[in-house]
Design a protein around this ligand. Structure first.
Ligand code: MCA
Ligand code: AMP
Length: 484
Protein backbone atom coordinates (compact mmCIF):
# COMPACT_ATOMS: atom_id res chain seq x y z
CA UNK A 1 0.00 0.00 0.00
CA UNK A 2 3.00 2.30 0.19
CA UNK A 3 2.71 5.40 -1.94
CA UNK A 4 -0.58 4.18 -3.37
CA UNK A 5 -1.82 7.66 -4.14
CA UNK A 6 -0.13 9.74 -6.82
CA UNK A 7 0.02 12.62 -4.36
CA UNK A 8 1.35 12.70 -0.81
CA UNK A 9 -1.39 15.19 0.09
CA UNK A 10 -4.08 13.28 -1.81
CA UNK A 11 -6.98 15.54 -0.85
CA UNK A 12 -5.22 18.55 -2.40
CA UNK A 13 -5.35 17.21 -5.96
CA UNK A 14 -5.55 20.42 -8.04
CA UNK A 15 -7.76 18.97 -10.78
CA UNK A 16 -10.14 17.43 -8.27
CA UNK A 17 -10.34 20.61 -6.21
CA UNK A 18 -10.91 22.68 -9.39
CA UNK A 19 -13.67 20.26 -10.38
CA UNK A 20 -15.48 20.94 -7.10
CA UNK A 21 -14.03 18.36 -4.72
CA UNK A 22 -13.83 21.01 -2.02
CA UNK A 23 -14.75 21.14 1.65
CA UNK A 24 -15.30 24.39 3.56
CA UNK A 25 -13.38 23.29 6.64
CA UNK A 26 -10.22 21.46 5.58
CA UNK A 27 -8.14 23.00 8.38
CA UNK A 28 -9.20 25.10 11.36
CA UNK A 29 -6.34 26.55 13.37
CA UNK A 30 -5.77 29.62 15.51
CA UNK A 31 -9.41 30.60 15.00
CA UNK A 32 -9.19 30.55 11.18
CA UNK A 33 -10.88 28.00 8.91
CA UNK A 34 -9.51 27.27 5.46
CA UNK A 35 -11.47 25.49 2.77
CA UNK A 36 -9.59 22.92 0.75
CA UNK A 37 -9.39 25.30 -2.24
CA UNK A 38 -8.20 28.19 -0.02
CA UNK A 39 -5.53 25.95 1.41
CA UNK A 40 -4.41 24.68 -1.99
CA UNK A 41 -4.39 28.16 -3.57
CA UNK A 42 -2.51 29.82 -0.70
CA UNK A 43 -0.04 26.97 -0.26
CA UNK A 44 0.67 26.86 -3.99
CA UNK A 45 1.47 30.55 -3.81
CA UNK A 46 3.93 29.74 -1.01
CA UNK A 47 5.36 26.94 -3.18
CA UNK A 48 6.03 29.44 -5.98
CA UNK A 49 7.97 31.66 -3.62
CA UNK A 50 10.05 28.91 -2.11
CA UNK A 51 10.44 26.42 -4.96
CA UNK A 52 14.08 27.22 -5.66
CA UNK A 53 15.21 26.44 -2.11
CA UNK A 54 16.29 22.99 -1.01
CA UNK A 55 15.65 23.23 2.72
CA UNK A 56 13.84 25.82 4.82
CA UNK A 57 13.14 26.27 8.51
CA UNK A 58 9.56 26.76 9.72
CA UNK A 59 8.90 28.21 13.17
CA UNK A 60 6.21 25.70 14.03
CA UNK A 61 3.66 27.79 15.88
CA UNK A 62 0.11 26.45 15.67
CA UNK A 63 -0.98 28.97 13.04
CA UNK A 64 -2.24 29.21 9.46
CA UNK A 65 1.23 30.46 8.49
CA UNK A 66 2.81 27.20 9.63
CA UNK A 67 0.19 25.11 7.82
CA UNK A 68 0.69 27.04 4.57
CA UNK A 69 4.47 26.92 4.89
CA UNK A 70 4.51 23.14 5.39
CA UNK A 71 1.99 22.42 2.65
CA UNK A 72 3.70 24.85 0.26
CA UNK A 73 7.02 23.07 0.74
CA UNK A 74 5.45 19.67 0.22
CA UNK A 75 3.84 20.86 -3.02
CA UNK A 76 7.16 22.25 -4.29
CA UNK A 77 9.35 19.40 -3.00
CA UNK A 78 11.31 21.57 -0.55
CA UNK A 79 12.50 19.92 2.68
CA UNK A 80 10.97 21.39 5.85
CA UNK A 81 12.89 21.73 9.10
CA UNK A 82 10.22 22.37 11.77
CA UNK A 83 11.60 24.38 14.69
CA UNK A 84 9.96 24.47 18.15
CA UNK A 85 8.61 28.02 18.53
CA UNK A 86 10.23 28.39 21.95
CA UNK A 87 13.63 27.01 20.90
CA UNK A 88 16.37 28.84 22.79
CA UNK A 89 19.80 29.97 21.66
CA UNK A 90 21.67 26.68 21.80
CA UNK A 91 18.86 24.61 20.30
CA UNK A 92 18.19 27.10 17.52
CA UNK A 93 21.84 27.48 16.59
CA UNK A 94 22.27 23.73 16.44
CA UNK A 95 19.14 23.05 14.37
CA UNK A 96 19.94 25.79 11.86
CA UNK A 97 23.60 24.91 11.38
CA UNK A 98 23.12 21.14 11.37
CA UNK A 99 20.20 21.24 8.93
CA UNK A 100 21.72 23.84 6.61
CA UNK A 101 18.32 25.57 6.36
CA UNK A 102 18.64 28.37 3.80
CA UNK A 103 15.83 30.61 5.03
CA UNK A 104 12.91 30.92 7.37
CA UNK A 105 9.59 30.41 5.72
CA UNK A 106 6.82 32.50 7.27
CA UNK A 107 8.33 33.89 10.44
CA UNK A 108 11.76 34.05 12.07
CA UNK A 109 12.51 34.08 15.77
CA UNK A 110 14.06 37.25 17.13
CA UNK A 111 17.75 37.71 16.42
CA UNK A 112 18.06 35.18 13.59
CA UNK A 113 20.03 36.46 10.60
CA UNK A 114 18.72 33.96 8.05
CA UNK A 115 16.54 35.55 5.36
CA UNK A 116 12.77 35.30 5.76
CA UNK A 117 10.49 34.28 2.90
CA UNK A 118 7.01 35.63 3.67
CA UNK A 119 3.86 33.53 3.70
CA UNK A 120 0.93 35.56 2.42
CA UNK A 121 -2.30 34.07 3.65
CA UNK A 122 -4.48 35.78 1.05
CA UNK A 123 -2.30 35.17 -2.02
CA UNK A 124 -3.52 32.48 -4.42
CA UNK A 125 -1.83 30.50 -7.20
CA UNK A 126 -3.23 27.66 -9.27
CA UNK A 127 0.05 26.50 -10.74
CA UNK A 128 0.18 22.69 -10.84
CA UNK A 129 3.40 21.15 -9.53
CA UNK A 130 4.46 17.66 -10.49
CA UNK A 131 4.65 15.25 -7.54
CA UNK A 132 8.25 15.18 -6.23
CA UNK A 133 10.16 11.90 -6.09
CA UNK A 134 8.90 9.53 -3.36
CA UNK A 135 12.41 9.25 -1.97
CA UNK A 136 12.81 13.02 -1.51
CA UNK A 137 13.24 14.07 2.12
CA UNK A 138 10.03 15.78 3.21
CA UNK A 139 11.10 16.65 6.77
CA UNK A 140 14.13 16.79 8.99
CA UNK A 141 12.70 16.40 12.49
CA UNK A 142 15.04 17.10 15.40
CA UNK A 143 14.78 14.63 18.22
CA UNK A 144 16.82 13.97 21.33
CA UNK A 145 19.30 11.18 21.83
CA UNK A 146 20.76 10.10 25.16
CA UNK A 147 23.83 12.28 24.72
CA UNK A 148 24.75 15.32 22.68
CA UNK A 149 22.60 17.67 20.65
CA UNK A 150 19.35 16.55 18.98
CA UNK A 151 19.68 14.54 15.78
CA UNK A 152 17.91 15.32 12.51
CA UNK A 153 15.62 12.44 11.53
CA UNK A 154 15.20 12.37 7.74
CA UNK A 155 11.71 11.29 6.69
CA UNK A 156 10.92 10.69 3.05
CA UNK A 157 7.61 11.29 1.30
CA UNK A 158 7.40 7.55 0.68
CA UNK A 159 7.74 6.76 4.40
CA UNK A 160 5.12 9.34 5.35
CA UNK A 161 2.66 8.05 2.76
CA UNK A 162 3.16 4.47 3.93
CA UNK A 163 2.88 5.46 7.60
CA UNK A 164 -0.32 7.44 7.08
CA UNK A 165 -1.95 4.77 4.90
CA UNK A 166 -1.19 2.11 7.50
CA UNK A 167 -2.80 4.26 10.21
CA UNK A 168 -5.82 5.10 8.06
CA UNK A 169 -6.34 1.37 7.62
CA UNK A 170 -5.71 0.52 11.29
CA UNK A 171 -8.07 3.19 12.61
CA UNK A 172 -10.65 3.02 9.77
CA UNK A 173 -9.86 6.71 9.28
CA UNK A 174 -12.08 8.14 6.54
CA UNK A 175 -12.82 11.47 4.88
CA UNK A 176 -16.00 11.58 6.99
CA UNK A 177 -13.94 11.80 10.21
CA UNK A 178 -13.09 15.10 11.88
CA UNK A 179 -9.76 15.08 13.71
CA UNK A 180 -9.29 17.26 16.79
CA UNK A 181 -6.00 17.86 18.58
CA UNK A 182 -3.84 20.63 20.02
CA UNK A 183 -0.41 19.06 19.77
CA UNK A 184 2.76 20.85 18.71
CA UNK A 185 3.49 21.00 14.98
CA UNK A 186 7.15 20.03 15.15
CA UNK A 187 6.92 16.29 15.87
CA UNK A 188 5.52 13.23 14.15
CA UNK A 189 2.44 13.17 16.39
CA UNK A 190 1.05 16.68 15.86
CA UNK A 191 2.59 17.49 12.48
CA UNK A 192 2.69 14.32 10.41
CA UNK A 193 -0.20 12.36 11.87
CA UNK A 194 -2.09 15.43 13.02
CA UNK A 195 -1.79 17.71 9.96
CA UNK A 196 -0.68 15.59 7.00
CA UNK A 197 -2.96 12.71 8.05
CA UNK A 198 -6.15 14.76 7.47
CA UNK A 199 -4.74 16.17 4.22
CA UNK A 200 -3.99 12.67 2.91
CA UNK A 201 -7.24 11.10 4.11
CA UNK A 202 -9.32 14.16 3.20
CA UNK A 203 -10.87 14.62 6.66
CA UNK A 204 -11.19 18.06 8.30
CA UNK A 205 -8.76 19.01 11.07
CA UNK A 206 -9.54 21.21 14.06
CA UNK A 207 -6.37 22.29 15.87
CA UNK A 208 -7.21 23.62 19.32
CA UNK A 209 -4.02 25.65 19.90
CA UNK A 210 -3.32 24.02 23.24
CA UNK A 211 -4.55 20.56 24.17
CA UNK A 212 -6.58 21.61 27.20
CA UNK A 213 -9.64 19.64 28.37
CA UNK A 214 -11.85 22.67 27.75
CA UNK A 215 -10.57 23.13 24.20
CA UNK A 216 -11.10 19.45 23.35
CA UNK A 217 -14.58 19.51 24.84
CA UNK A 218 -15.48 22.58 22.79
CA UNK A 219 -14.33 21.11 19.45
CA UNK A 220 -16.74 18.54 18.04
CA UNK A 221 -14.94 15.76 16.21
CA UNK A 222 -14.88 12.03 15.62
CA UNK A 223 -11.18 11.37 16.38
CA UNK A 224 -9.13 12.98 19.15
CA UNK A 225 -5.35 12.67 19.47
CA UNK A 226 -3.51 13.21 22.74
CA UNK A 227 -0.39 12.33 24.67
CA UNK A 228 -1.04 10.65 28.05
CA UNK A 229 -0.65 13.96 29.93
CA UNK A 230 -3.51 15.36 27.85
CA UNK A 231 -5.74 12.35 28.59
CA UNK A 232 -4.84 12.43 32.25
CA UNK A 233 -5.81 16.10 32.48
CA UNK A 234 -9.08 15.35 30.65
CA UNK A 235 -9.99 12.69 33.19
CA UNK A 236 -9.58 15.32 35.90
CA UNK A 237 -12.28 17.39 34.21
CA UNK A 238 -15.29 15.04 34.00
CA UNK A 239 -17.54 17.58 32.27
CA UNK A 240 -15.00 17.99 29.49
CA UNK A 241 -14.42 14.25 29.29
CA UNK A 242 -18.15 13.58 28.89
CA UNK A 243 -18.25 15.80 25.80
CA UNK A 244 -15.91 13.32 24.13
CA UNK A 245 -18.45 10.51 24.47
CA UNK A 246 -19.75 11.54 21.02
CA UNK A 247 -16.42 10.76 19.36
CA UNK A 248 -15.68 7.64 17.31
CA UNK A 249 -12.18 7.06 18.75
CA UNK A 250 -9.84 8.60 21.33
CA UNK A 251 -6.21 7.84 20.48
CA UNK A 252 -3.25 8.00 22.85
CA UNK A 253 0.43 7.83 22.06
CA UNK A 254 3.96 9.24 22.42
CA UNK A 255 4.36 7.81 25.95
CA UNK A 256 2.82 5.05 28.07
CA UNK A 257 -0.84 5.63 28.95
CA UNK A 258 -1.18 4.78 32.65
CA UNK A 259 -3.74 2.03 33.23
CA UNK A 260 -5.78 4.16 35.72
CA UNK A 261 -6.08 6.91 33.09
CA UNK A 262 -7.20 4.35 30.51
CA UNK A 263 -9.85 3.02 32.91
CA UNK A 264 -11.07 6.45 34.01
CA UNK A 265 -11.34 7.63 30.41
CA UNK A 266 -13.43 4.57 29.58
CA UNK A 267 -15.65 5.27 32.59
CA UNK A 268 -16.20 8.94 31.71
CA UNK A 269 -16.47 8.74 27.93
CA UNK A 270 -17.59 5.20 27.21
CA UNK A 271 -14.52 4.80 24.99
CA UNK A 272 -11.60 2.51 25.70
CA UNK A 273 -8.80 4.62 24.16
CA UNK A 274 -6.82 3.26 21.23
CA UNK A 275 -3.13 3.08 22.12
CA UNK A 276 -0.43 3.24 19.55
CA UNK A 277 3.36 3.24 19.70
CA UNK A 278 5.95 4.87 17.50
CA UNK A 279 9.03 7.01 17.24
CA UNK A 280 10.20 9.96 15.19
CA UNK A 281 12.44 7.48 13.36
CA UNK A 282 9.74 4.93 12.61
CA UNK A 283 6.43 6.80 12.62
CA UNK A 284 3.68 4.63 14.15
CA UNK A 285 4.39 0.92 14.03
CA UNK A 286 1.98 -0.63 16.57
CA UNK A 287 -1.62 0.08 17.43
CA UNK A 288 -4.79 -1.36 18.85
CA UNK A 289 -7.82 -1.25 16.54
CA UNK A 290 -11.34 0.23 16.79
CA UNK A 291 -12.82 -3.22 16.07
CA UNK A 292 -10.27 -5.17 18.09
CA UNK A 293 -9.11 -5.76 21.64
CA UNK A 294 -7.98 -2.68 23.59
CA UNK A 295 -5.98 -3.96 26.49
CA UNK A 296 -4.91 -1.38 29.10
CA UNK A 297 -1.12 -1.08 29.23
CA UNK A 298 -0.63 -2.72 25.82
CA UNK A 299 -0.04 -0.98 22.47
CA UNK A 300 -1.48 -3.59 20.12
CA UNK A 301 -0.19 -5.27 17.01
CA UNK A 302 1.89 -4.12 14.01
CA UNK A 303 0.20 -1.85 11.49
CA UNK A 304 0.22 -2.76 7.78
CA UNK A 305 3.72 -3.45 6.46
CA UNK A 306 5.43 -3.58 9.89
CA UNK A 307 7.29 -6.53 11.39
CA UNK A 308 8.66 -6.64 14.93
CA UNK A 309 10.92 -8.92 16.95
CA UNK A 310 12.64 -9.03 20.35
CA UNK A 311 16.36 -9.53 20.90
CA UNK A 312 18.44 -9.91 24.04
CA UNK A 313 21.68 -8.03 24.68
CA UNK A 314 23.66 -10.65 22.76
CA UNK A 315 21.34 -10.25 19.76
CA UNK A 316 19.66 -13.59 20.37
CA UNK A 317 15.90 -14.08 19.84
CA UNK A 318 13.59 -13.59 22.83
CA UNK A 319 10.37 -15.64 22.80
CA UNK A 320 7.05 -13.92 22.12
CA UNK A 321 5.39 -15.44 25.18
CA UNK A 322 3.90 -12.34 26.80
CA UNK A 323 6.47 -12.41 29.61
CA UNK A 324 10.02 -12.44 28.27
CA UNK A 325 11.47 -8.95 27.93
CA UNK A 326 13.72 -8.00 25.03
CA UNK A 327 14.94 -5.08 22.94
CA UNK A 328 12.24 -4.18 20.40
CA UNK A 329 13.36 -4.13 16.77
CA UNK A 330 11.15 -3.09 13.86
CA UNK A 331 11.14 -2.88 10.11
CA UNK A 332 8.65 -1.52 7.64
CA UNK A 333 8.08 0.99 4.85
CA UNK A 334 7.52 3.99 7.15
CA UNK A 335 11.01 4.06 8.65
CA UNK A 336 13.36 7.03 8.35
CA UNK A 337 16.38 7.37 6.06
CA UNK A 338 18.96 7.94 8.81
CA UNK A 339 20.13 10.88 10.91
CA UNK A 340 21.36 13.92 8.98
CA UNK A 341 25.16 14.27 9.07
CA UNK A 342 25.46 11.26 11.43
CA UNK A 343 26.31 8.20 9.30
CA UNK A 344 27.94 6.30 12.17
CA UNK A 345 25.05 6.81 14.56
CA UNK A 346 22.63 5.88 11.78
CA UNK A 347 24.55 2.68 11.04
CA UNK A 348 24.65 1.72 14.72
CA UNK A 349 20.86 2.04 14.92
CA UNK A 350 20.32 -0.88 12.55
CA UNK A 351 21.15 -4.55 12.93
CA UNK A 352 23.26 -6.20 10.26
CA UNK A 353 20.15 -7.90 8.91
CA UNK A 354 18.24 -4.65 8.50
CA UNK A 355 16.10 -4.16 11.63
CA UNK A 356 15.88 -0.82 13.44
CA UNK A 357 16.77 -0.98 17.12
CA UNK A 358 14.15 1.15 18.87
CA UNK A 359 15.94 1.37 22.22
CA UNK A 360 12.67 0.34 23.91
CA UNK A 361 12.24 -2.90 25.79
CA UNK A 362 9.02 -4.79 25.29
CA UNK A 363 7.16 -8.05 25.56
CA UNK A 364 5.11 -9.63 22.78
CA UNK A 365 2.45 -12.22 23.51
CA UNK A 366 1.43 -15.21 21.45
CA UNK A 367 -1.30 -13.13 19.73
CA UNK A 368 1.26 -10.55 18.63
CA UNK A 369 0.14 -7.97 21.22
CA UNK A 370 2.94 -5.69 22.43
CA UNK A 371 3.59 -4.09 25.81
CA UNK A 372 6.31 -1.45 26.09
CA UNK A 373 8.15 -2.07 29.34
CA UNK A 374 10.51 0.90 29.25
CA UNK A 375 13.64 2.32 27.65
CA UNK A 376 17.03 0.64 27.53
CA UNK A 377 18.67 3.89 28.65
CA UNK A 378 17.81 5.99 31.70
CA UNK A 379 19.19 8.93 29.73
CA UNK A 380 16.21 9.22 27.44
CA UNK A 381 13.38 10.93 29.31
CA UNK A 382 9.72 11.24 28.24
CA UNK A 383 8.04 14.22 29.85
CA UNK A 384 4.60 15.38 28.70
CA UNK A 385 5.12 13.16 25.63
CA UNK A 386 8.32 15.01 24.69
CA UNK A 387 11.50 12.99 24.23
CA UNK A 388 14.34 14.69 26.07
CA UNK A 389 17.98 13.63 26.32
CA UNK A 390 19.55 13.87 29.77
CA UNK A 391 22.92 14.60 28.14
CA UNK A 392 21.60 17.65 26.31
CA UNK A 393 20.31 19.18 29.55
CA UNK A 394 23.51 18.31 31.39
CA UNK A 395 25.54 20.08 28.70
CA UNK A 396 23.33 23.15 28.97
CA UNK A 397 23.65 23.19 32.77
CA UNK A 398 27.42 22.75 32.66
CA UNK A 399 27.47 25.89 30.53
CA UNK A 400 26.28 27.85 33.58
CA UNK A 401 29.20 29.33 35.53
CA UNK A 402 27.90 28.16 38.93
CA UNK A 403 27.66 24.48 37.96
CA UNK A 404 30.55 22.12 38.66
CA UNK A 405 28.89 18.73 38.18
CA UNK A 406 25.42 17.65 37.17
CA UNK A 407 23.29 14.55 36.64
CA UNK A 408 19.84 14.73 35.06
CA UNK A 409 17.21 12.03 35.55
CA UNK A 410 13.55 11.47 34.75
CA UNK A 411 11.54 10.65 37.88
CA UNK A 412 8.00 9.21 37.75
CA UNK A 413 5.33 11.93 37.65
CA UNK A 414 1.57 11.49 37.70
CA UNK A 415 0.92 14.38 35.28
CA UNK A 416 3.94 14.33 32.95
CA UNK A 417 4.86 10.64 33.00
CA UNK A 418 8.40 11.65 33.93
CA UNK A 419 9.59 14.84 35.55
CA UNK A 420 13.08 16.15 34.85
CA UNK A 421 15.21 16.48 37.97
CA UNK A 422 18.74 17.93 37.88
CA UNK A 423 21.17 17.04 40.67
CA UNK A 424 23.76 19.80 40.75
CA UNK A 425 27.09 20.23 42.53
CA UNK A 426 27.81 23.94 42.54
CA UNK A 427 30.98 25.97 42.48
CA UNK A 428 31.76 28.18 45.47
CA UNK A 429 29.73 31.33 45.90
CA UNK A 430 26.56 30.09 44.19
CA UNK A 431 23.61 32.43 44.87
CA UNK A 432 20.56 31.31 46.88
CA UNK A 433 18.33 31.68 43.84
CA UNK A 434 20.49 29.30 41.82
CA UNK A 435 17.93 26.51 41.41
CA UNK A 436 15.41 28.80 39.64
CA UNK A 437 18.21 30.43 37.65
CA UNK A 438 19.24 27.01 36.35
CA UNK A 439 15.67 26.12 35.39
CA UNK A 440 15.37 29.39 33.46
CA UNK A 441 18.81 28.86 31.91
CA UNK A 442 17.71 25.54 30.35
CA UNK A 443 14.36 27.01 29.22
CA UNK A 444 16.23 29.87 27.51
CA UNK A 445 19.04 27.83 25.97
CA UNK A 446 17.05 24.77 24.88
CA UNK A 447 13.26 25.00 25.14
CA UNK A 448 10.65 25.38 27.84
CA UNK A 449 9.62 21.71 27.92
CA UNK A 450 13.25 20.67 28.49
CA UNK A 451 13.56 22.68 31.68
CA UNK A 452 14.11 20.71 34.90
CA UNK A 453 11.02 20.82 37.06
CA UNK A 454 13.27 20.55 40.07
CA UNK A 455 16.94 21.28 40.83
CA UNK A 456 18.48 19.53 43.83
CA UNK A 457 21.73 21.07 45.05
CA UNK A 458 24.03 18.35 46.41
CA UNK A 459 27.59 18.10 47.69
CA UNK A 460 28.51 15.16 45.47
CA UNK A 461 27.06 12.71 42.98
CA UNK A 462 27.06 8.94 43.51
CA UNK A 463 29.74 7.49 41.25
CA UNK A 464 30.99 3.96 40.64
CA UNK A 465 34.65 2.91 40.73
CA UNK A 466 35.06 4.10 37.13
CA UNK A 467 33.77 7.55 38.11
CA UNK A 468 30.48 7.15 36.22
CA UNK A 469 27.41 8.70 37.86
CA UNK A 470 25.03 6.01 39.10
CA UNK A 471 21.71 7.45 37.99
CA UNK A 472 19.79 4.38 39.13
CA UNK A 473 20.76 5.31 42.69
CA UNK A 474 19.41 8.81 42.18
CA UNK A 475 16.17 7.37 40.82
CA UNK A 476 16.01 4.81 43.58
CA UNK A 477 15.56 7.66 46.00
CA UNK A 478 19.06 7.72 47.47
CA UNK A 479 19.57 11.38 48.18
CA UNK A 480 23.25 12.10 47.64
CA UNK A 481 24.33 14.33 50.50
CA UNK A 482 21.45 16.72 49.95
CA UNK A 483 22.27 20.22 51.08
CA UNK A 484 20.10 21.79 53.72
C1 MCA B 1 7.07 27.78 33.36
N1 MCA B 1 6.92 28.26 32.12
C2 MCA B 1 8.09 28.70 31.74
C3 MCA B 1 9.01 28.50 32.79
N2 MCA B 1 8.34 27.94 33.77
N3 MCA B 1 8.50 29.28 30.63
C4 MCA B 1 9.78 29.65 30.52
N4 MCA B 1 10.71 29.49 31.48
C5 MCA B 1 10.37 28.92 32.64
N5 MCA B 1 11.29 28.75 33.57
C6 MCA B 1 5.63 28.26 31.41
C7 MCA B 1 5.60 28.46 29.94
O1 MCA B 1 5.65 29.80 29.61
C8 MCA B 1 4.27 27.86 29.53
O2 MCA B 1 3.27 28.82 29.75
C9 MCA B 1 4.09 26.80 30.53
O3 MCA B 1 5.07 26.97 31.54
C10 MCA B 1 4.28 25.41 29.98
O4 MCA B 1 3.92 24.57 30.99
P1 MCA B 1 4.33 23.05 31.01
O5 MCA B 1 3.85 22.43 32.25
O6 MCA B 1 5.76 22.94 30.65
O7 MCA B 1 3.59 22.42 29.84
P2 MCA B 1 2.11 22.35 29.55
O8 MCA B 1 1.66 23.56 28.85
O9 MCA B 1 1.34 22.00 30.75
O10 MCA B 1 2.17 21.16 28.52
C11 MCA B 1 1.78 19.85 28.73
C12 MCA B 1 1.48 19.31 27.35
C13 MCA B 1 2.75 19.41 26.52
C14 MCA B 1 0.38 20.15 26.74
C15 MCA B 1 1.00 17.89 27.47
O11 MCA B 1 3.76 18.72 27.21
C16 MCA B 1 2.61 18.90 25.12
O12 MCA B 1 2.06 19.57 24.25
N6 MCA B 1 3.12 17.70 24.84
C17 MCA B 1 3.06 17.08 23.54
C18 MCA B 1 4.38 16.52 23.16
C19 MCA B 1 4.31 15.82 21.82
O13 MCA B 1 3.52 16.14 20.95
N7 MCA B 1 5.14 14.83 21.65
C20 MCA B 1 5.14 14.03 20.45
C21 MCA B 1 6.51 13.48 20.25
P3 MCA B 1 2.10 29.09 28.71
O14 MCA B 1 1.40 27.78 28.56
O15 MCA B 1 1.26 30.12 29.37
O16 MCA B 1 2.76 29.53 27.47
S1 MCA B 1 6.44 11.80 20.06
C22 MCA B 1 6.13 11.44 18.49
O17 MCA B 1 5.95 12.29 17.66
C23 MCA B 1 5.97 9.94 18.24
C24 MCA B 1 6.17 9.52 16.89
C25 MCA B 1 4.70 9.43 18.82
O18 MCA B 1 4.66 8.29 19.27
O19 MCA B 1 3.74 10.20 18.83
P1 AMP C 1 9.66 10.33 19.89
O1 AMP C 1 10.73 10.06 18.96
O2 AMP C 1 9.63 11.64 20.52
O3 AMP C 1 8.44 10.01 19.18
O4 AMP C 1 9.74 9.28 21.08
C1 AMP C 1 9.64 7.92 20.83
C2 AMP C 1 9.56 7.16 22.12
O5 AMP C 1 8.35 7.43 22.79
C3 AMP C 1 9.56 5.67 21.94
O6 AMP C 1 10.86 5.16 21.70
C4 AMP C 1 8.95 5.22 23.25
O7 AMP C 1 9.93 5.19 24.26
C5 AMP C 1 7.96 6.32 23.55
N1 AMP C 1 6.58 5.95 23.18
C6 AMP C 1 5.87 6.36 22.12
N2 AMP C 1 4.63 5.85 22.14
C7 AMP C 1 4.54 5.07 23.25
C8 AMP C 1 3.51 4.28 23.84
N3 AMP C 1 2.30 4.20 23.32
N4 AMP C 1 3.82 3.62 24.97
C9 AMP C 1 5.03 3.70 25.53
N5 AMP C 1 6.03 4.45 25.02
C10 AMP C 1 5.79 5.14 23.90
Amino acid sequence: MSYRSPLLLSSLHPAAVAAGDDIPDAVTIDGVTLSRSDLLGAATSVAERVARAQRVAVLAEPTVTTVLAVVGCLLAGVTVVPVPPDAGNAELTHILSDSGAQAWLGKAPEGSDLPVVPVRKHARSWHVYGEPEPDATAFILYTSGTTGAPKGVMLSRRAIAAGLDALAQAWAWKATDVLVHGLPLFHVHGLILGLLGPLRVGSPLVHTGKPTPQAYAAAPGTMYFGVPTVWSRITEDPDAAQELAKARVLISGSAPLPVPVFERLRELTGHAPLERYGMSETMITLSTRPDGERRPGWVGTPVHGVETRLRDEAGEPVPHDGESVGGLQVRGPMLFDGYLNRPEVSAESWTEDGWFKTGDVAVIDADGFHRIVGRESVDLIKSGGYRIGAGEIETALLGHPAVAEVAVVGAPDADLGQRIIAYVVTRDGAPDTLAQQLIDHVAEELSVHKRPREVRLVDSLPRNAMGKVQKKLLLGGAQPNARQ
